[in-house]
Design a protein around this ligand. Structure first.
Ligand SMILES: O=C(O)[C@H](O)[C@@H](O)[C@H](O)[C@H](O)CO
Ligand SMILES: [Zn+2]
Length: 299
């Protein structure tokens, strides 16, 4: 019997920690603090964190095939060169929506960067609704809008056969699936595969494991849950010592560890004193299932 262990590896109070991505080449975990406006890299060997501050909310980071990274910054897709600390805009979206920002993003198996937008929150999960859209940045730097009318564009990933795209609009309290056309990057046939239970609260970031099951971080639920997208059943719940769990990814040795980000924004002093690790980064071992490496942006 494996025993699950949860450990806080970066004890910092990210306002909104998000977008954990394992970078094998650097033995490191990348993540962002959206409202802390920084991108960080935790080295699993030295245990040191390096950070780059930026001038706008940074909501996701992804690897780039040519080296370095791509990020979603404000309403821009941008390139980030780590050593130069330079950020260059690739494309801007939602130019007519001044109160919007990007939220979660991830690269598809063909190297396209998917990321969605939302209105700025007044407080957690309170915002002008239906202002967001889901976008795709292609390797040639063109952008398409996949759909609009999104409340909080959040977790996303692809099935292991690349025929299904999984997506979360947080305020729908649902994990959805679409048919995915890997050739064109187009999606169709939206349906719900899982509705969150009350104590699971709000679905946030998501990743897939090597058995094709989905792991969803539950914001205000203090947990990650494992779902079977075929049957729509929850298979497992892993609780964390903080309520605002925001996202998860696999990484570490052979992708056998899970990394979970969290947030502290919106918590009062009493809540924070009960959960001093709120906003920290956590490592979960002993799950007995591995993940898959992240894809890199091909542009
Ligand atoms: O982490 C994110 O994806 C958002 O930027 C957060 O703000 C939360 O998801 C949201 O508050 C929960 O509803
Ligand atoms: Zn999120």
């Amino acid at each position: 019997m494996l025993s699950i262990k949860v450990e806080c590896i970066v004890d910092e109070n990210c306002k909104i920690g998000e977008s954990p991505v394992w970078e094998e080449k650097e033995n490191s975990l990348l993540y962002v603090d959206i409202n802390g406006k920084k991108i960080s890299r935790w080295n699993s060997i030295t245990k040191q964190v390096q950070s780059i501050a930026v001038d706008a909310p940074v909501s996701s980071v992804a690897l780039r095939k040519s080296g370095n990274y791509v990020i979603t910054l404000g309403t821009r897709f941008a390139a980030l060169k780590w050593n130069d600390r330079s950020v260059t805009t690739i494309m801007e979206v939602d130019k007519d929506k001044l109160n919007n920002r990007f939220n979660d993003g991830k690269v598809d198996p063909e190297g396209r960067y998917f990321a969605g937008t939302m209105a700025e929150e007044i407080r957690p999960a309170v915002l002008e609704r239906q202002q967001g859209s889901l976008y795709t940045l292609f390797p040639d730097h063109s952008v398409i809008k996949q759909f609009d009318q999104v409340d909080i564009s959040n977790g996303l990933d692809w099935s292991l056969d690349h025929k299904t795209f999984f997506y979360i609009d947080s305020l729908s309290y649902s994990v959805d699936a679409f048919d995915y056309d890997l050739q064109t990057g187009k999606i169709s046939n939206r349906r719900s595969i899982y509705k969150l239970e009350k104590e699971e609260s709000i679905p946030d970031g998501m990743c897939i494991d090597i058995e094709g099951k989905l792991w969803v971080a539950c914001y205000d639920g203090g947990r990650v849950i494992r779902l079977d997208p075929e049957t729509g059943k929850r298979l497992q719940t892993v609780k964390l010592p903080v309520d605002k769990t925001t996202s998860c990814c696999f990484g570490g040795n052979d992708y056998s560890e899970m990394y979970v980000t969290s947030a502290c924004q919106g918590m009062d002093d009493k809540w924070l004193s009960r959960q001093p690790q709120a906003g920290g980064i956590f490592k979960v071992t002993g799950l007995g299932v591995k993940g898959i490496p992240p894809y890199s942006y091909a542009g």
